[in-house]
Design a protein around this ligand. Sequence first.
Ligand SMILES: [Fe+2]
Length: 426
Amino acid sequence: MGKAAASNLQTEIVARFMAARRRTRALCEPLTPEDMMVQSCPEASPAKWHLAHTAWFFESFVLREFLPGYRLFNPDFPWLFNSYYQSFSAFPEKRLRASFSRPPLEEILRYRAHVDEAVEQLLAGDPEPEAVKRIELGVNHEEQHQELLLTDILHAFFSNPLRPAYKAGEMEMSAESEALTFFEFEGGLHQIGYAGDGFCFDNELPRHRVWLEPFAFARRLVTCGEFAAFMADGGYNRAELWLSAGWDAVKSNGWRAPLYWSERDGGWSVFTLRGELPLDRLKAAPVSHASYFEADAYARWAGKRLATEFEWEFAAEDVDELKATDGNLLDAGKLMPWPSAELVENQGGAQFFGDCWEWTGSAYLGYPGFKALPGSLGEYNGKFMSGQMVLRGGSCVTPAMHVRSSYRNFFAPETRWQFSGIRLAL
Ligand SMILES: [Fe+2]
């Protein structure tokens, strides 16, 4: 990288760093200190922990290595707020995060301010290019935790018998969805993986060739109304529709509907960040909080399949003038998946980005020649490459700057607490 390019990156990173740090705090504004302590399922973490851990990331991987004379805020925090980096330090069990009543919230906020000041001091000087790259990684890490914070609060509020809304206020949405139609794509040899000169995660590289057979790809996501038809047709009671492990999950968990759907007086309602809403009003909205197993079973019931992650990426790159940032992402402020009819114009007609992460039929593996980042940061993505499926596209709580067509999310196939939805392919 030349000096001018490095200085442009530095200016851009200062702005992104400050904006990301402010936004994390802003997302906590509707929360009480008690809300911020709740860890209601094994996948989730308390909001207070997210606040501390995102500061920990900058302290551990930037400030300690690159800011001469940096003073640790608290000597216990390096191990206390480590999430899973085995080569960095020991760390508490994840399920204990809800017991962190100490340090108090006020101390966590001072920790954040201490780290902010030090990162700004580092950026105001003449930081090594590697330090700037690490700050950029830290900003992307913070954006991931912003999404997790909202995902976790949705579960926390669903688990609360009062079912509070994170954001009050009704929003009108169309009750009608477009008819389901398909894009056709020619097959052939295509390049997959990140090709730009900006930021990407290590798991998006190297770019490499993949052979695709001709395929067709649904223009929109599967809606709540369509998923309700699968349920009404006995979808959860028909073993022939399910993968073996999926059927086991249905039986052992007693699944009858996606997560956050509740049946009362013969009708269904769906819990959202905007509170509990009757299913009738959400019929045209994409179904969310489905596991990979439910997505796969729905696709089989519909006589279709899930796309591979390579088909997804090629399709998203091939749609003209598709801009990731125009989708129903966190910046749109809706905080829930939205009917496609209202998003057609700015999404190439296809809801590629935002609404729900889309389960693909691809197992999460390293691309040919994959190299994890050196040192402890090599644990960021690479060590999770077993037993997980890839999701693409981002959700209604993903920061708009965070996604791109080569972005790979990944979760275990039984996961339902994420905003995860279904797109059909042929
Ligand atoms: Fe993290």
